[in-house]
Design a protein around this ligand. Sequence first.
Ligand SMILES: NC(=O)c1ccc[n+]([C@@H]2O[C@H](COP(=O)([O-])OP(=O)(O)OC[C@H]3O[C@@H](n4cnc5c(N)ncnc54)[C@H](O)[C@@H]3O)[C@@H](O)[C@H]2O)c1
Length: 345
Amino acid sequence: MNKYNVGIIGYGWAATAHIEAINKTTQGQVTAIYSSRKLDDAELSAKHGGQIKSYQSIDAMLSDPSIHVVDITSYPSQHRDQAIAAANAKKHIILEKPMANSLQEVREITAAAKSNGVQGCVCFECRFSNQFTVTKALIDEGLLGSLHYGEVDYYHGIGPWYGQFRWNTGKKDGGSALLTAGCHALDALLMMMGSEVESVSSFSTRSSSEIFKPYEYDTSSTTIIRFKNGAVGKSAAIVDCLQPYYFHTHLCGSQGSLLDDKFHSMKLHTDKHAWSKLSMKMLDSGDVSDHPYQSQFQAFFDALDAGKPMPLTSFEESQKSFEVIFAADKSAEQGGRPVKISELA
Ligand SMILES: NC(=O)c1ccc[n+]([C@@H]2O[C@H](COP(=O)([O-])OP(=O)(O)OC[C@H]3O[C@@H](n4cnc5c(N)ncnc54)[C@H](O)[C@@H]3O)[C@@H](O)[C@H]2O)c1
């Protein structure tokens, strides 16, 4: 088993959850943090454990040979340049979502990692959540039969009460309702449906509430997806709602259905007129400290040990989700015109 020293880029909200999760894995240890702010090494080390060296130059941190993995938690508009620099420095990469806010940049990141022979892991950590690992196991056991319809939706009002709001409202870093947050739900839908996407049609709008006025882009969108295997699906990304956080899942197949943590299966002969309950930890909070980063980072270090690509959230796999997202945003810009994935330039 190897030991992986990790250097973090950006020291904000996501970074603090990442540091704790990385240090709880069996192989990972955060040893460096880059921030534009001057940080105190003794304070950082006391707060997070271990010996942490702070840097105000990314190049200096990347040229430290003791660092094996770079974890990028900066603003989305910085992800491309930082990920490419990390790949060129031969560091493996953990990259927060969105990978980047344009398809071109996402492709450049994936290509840079490939050409440098380093592995990538995108923070689509919901794929490692108890909710979606159990739901996927239920599907894989055939309890729902073959899925012909699925919807996974993201409802989370990202207003001034949320730290990200200060930069999330701008198009440059926020991007779109899907890029900034709804991507988690769309990505989970793709994982559950298990088929490549043929085309999407998307529509967007925004709340008339004054609270969300600073946003430079539509903060609600709904995307209809046609899968290559003939199934259809829907994913809503609603970041201007006023309600509790809700990650909604509804899947329908030839043997039964699943609604969040409830299901009915003909295979089990459960009563079709009442839902049966699954006991699992639900994704019910936008708080990063509740997110399943630890399981995801553990899987990344295990994959590095085995010399294999990251399961479920490699750059290649996550790029496919972003291709669907960029196609959806293109469709919404064009009033819902169906956009084929194959027509993305
Ligand atoms: N996977 C998830 O569920 C999830 C959740 C939250 C955020 N994120 C992602 O993580 C990334 C960072 O988001 P965040 O919520 O940590 O945002 P944040 O505002 O806390 O931090 C964003 C950036 O701002 C910097 N920053 C924060 N305070 C600063 C200050 N006072 N002076 C100078 N720089 C400062 C941070 O170092 C970081 O580079 C984004 O890509 C975001 O989309 C992902």
